[in-house]
Design a protein around this ligand. Structure first.
Ligand code: GLC
Length: 439
């Protein structure tokens, strides 16, 4: 093992590196690969204890003629997403890129395509930042633990013993693939590793060497925290004791942290909640439990109001098409974002108490009150004093909003009320945003 200098965490360099990510707030996660053919989610091999010989036929037929990454990129951009992360290799070990390390790759399927390259080119062309998800687990590689592993499809099969498996050889393979991704595909903005479990974390992955290589090849890249943890656990940066393979952001999965996230010293942490649109990351034909766009807008607002990002997932089908339900949801989110994105991008925690009827985001001296439920009479802007308010506007139209002071409201001199008009219905029933410029 190489001797590394003692690691010194550079807070100033770190804050510069993550600045764009903090401002971006909203990204697309894309889980796609061979598992789109069985269409039962990306863990199908593990959940069904599927032997590789039952899975390999999907390799021989993988030819997603409907896959147009430029369309994926347009869908993401129109939804207001500022970055996207594609699975370059998931736990099944199938590589969506032209790696020299294995034949188990998309360029060897009937598709004969390097989908990572197509993804990066298409999303960069739309002006989005780009990231690659890379699974530390690999259920295809013969040197990865099989029998007795916590997740491997063959974990219950004693005939799949690990006595002749050389994990160091697997680590060489894994590191070489990461080197290829960080060398052959231009500038990467995010490396999204997944995931650590049991004893397999940190140095067990040769994490110090891995992160040093990634940062040397991709100087500005930001890295998630899953060389250390999974969706469970926060990592060494959160503990206030960053180690050399620390993640740059915490990656809560299928949850929005109830109170946001701060480190052991009370400093705000950079975090990104990754959430599925239905209940599967990879395409699942029978999973129609899609979250409504209105709910996802409010969840995005919740993330930002707590100082975090939302990475919202799509699982394209075996033809390479984003499911129609996902397209419709993203289109509806985009309509709201087009009029109200200013209250998301570059925004964060407001420092104000959470209103009963919605949430508050903030950018410098501007507050955005997100109203999810209308009130009887004018809307109370909790925590504000009248003298603080320079102007109040309906964000979506820029229209001036009146701050009434009369017999109804005089009983509450410490509260500023904002009149949204005579209708009992909100201008936008998903989320009506009041922009308040402070003096
Ligand atoms: C979990 C799942 C994996 C998915 C990831 C997304 O680690 O095992 O399938 O890619 O979450 O965060």
């Amino acid at each position: 093992m190489a001797d590394y200098p003692v690691y010194e965490f550079d807070r100033e360099e770190y804050d510069k590196r993550v600045a764009w990510f903090r401002d971006a707030r909203f990204g697309m996660f894309i889980h796609w690969g061979l598992y789109a053919i069985p269409a039962r989610g990306e863990w199908v091999r593990s959940v069904e204890r599927m032997p590789e010989e039952e899975y390999l036929p999907f390799f021989d037929e993988f030819d997603p003629k409907g896959c147009d990454m430029r369309e994926w990129a347009r869908i993401a951009k129109n939804a207001g997403m500022k970055y996207a992360v594609l699975t370059s290799k998931h736990h099944d070990g199938f590589c969506l890129f032209d790696t020299a390390t294995t034949d188990f790759k998309s360029t060897n399927t009937p598709a004969h395509r390097d989908f990572v390259r197509e993804f990066l080119e298409a999303f960069r062309a739309e002006g989005l930042k780009v990231g690659l998800y890379y699974s530390l687990l690999d259920w295809h590689h013969p040197d990865y633990p099989h029998y007795g592993d916590a997740n491997h499809p063959m974990r219950d099969d004693p005939s799949q013993s690990n006595e002749n498996r050389d994990f160091g050889r697997y680590l060489d393979y894994m590191h070489e693939q990461v080197r290829e991704l960080c060398t052959n595909y231009g500038k990467l903005d995010i490396m999204w590793f997944d995931f650590s479990y049991g004893e397999l974390r940190g140095e067990a992955w040769r994490g110090h060497e891995l992160v040093n290589m990634v940062r040397a090849l991709q100087p500005g890249v930001i890295i998630d925290n899953r060389i250390e943890v999974s969706g469970e656990g926060f990592g060494s940066l959160a503990e206030g004791k960053p180690n050399p393979w620390h993640g740059d952001f915490v990656s809560p999965e299928q949850i929005i942290p109830p109170n946001g996230l701060v480190d052991a010293n009370g400093n705000d942490l950079v975090w990104e909640a990754c959430v599925t649109m239905n209940n599967n990351w990879g395409y699942a034909a029978n999973d129609k439990n899609f979250k409504p766009a209105s709910m996802l807008v409010r969840k995005l607002v919740e993330c930002v109001s707590k100082g975090g990002n939302l990475l919202l997932n799509v699982g394209p089908d075996a033809n390479g098409r984003i499911p129609p339900e996902s397209r419709a949801i993203l289109n509806e989110i985009g309509e709201w974002m087009e009029l109200n994105g200013e209250s998301i991008f570059g925004c964060g925690k407001s420092g104000m108490q959470k209103p009963d009827i919605g949430r508050v985001t903030r950018r410098e001296s501007t507050l955005y009150y997100h109203i999810f439920e209308n009130t009887i009479g004018a809307v109370p802007l909790e925590g504000l004093r009248r003298k603080q308010v320079k102007a109040a506007r309906l964000l979506s139209t820029g229209a001036e909003l009146h701050l009434p002071q009369n017999w109804i409201y005089n009983n509450y001199p410490d509260v500023v009320f904002c009149d949204l008009g005579p209708s009992p219905l909100l201008p936008n029933d998903t989320d009506t945003v009041i922009k308040v410029e402070l003096n």
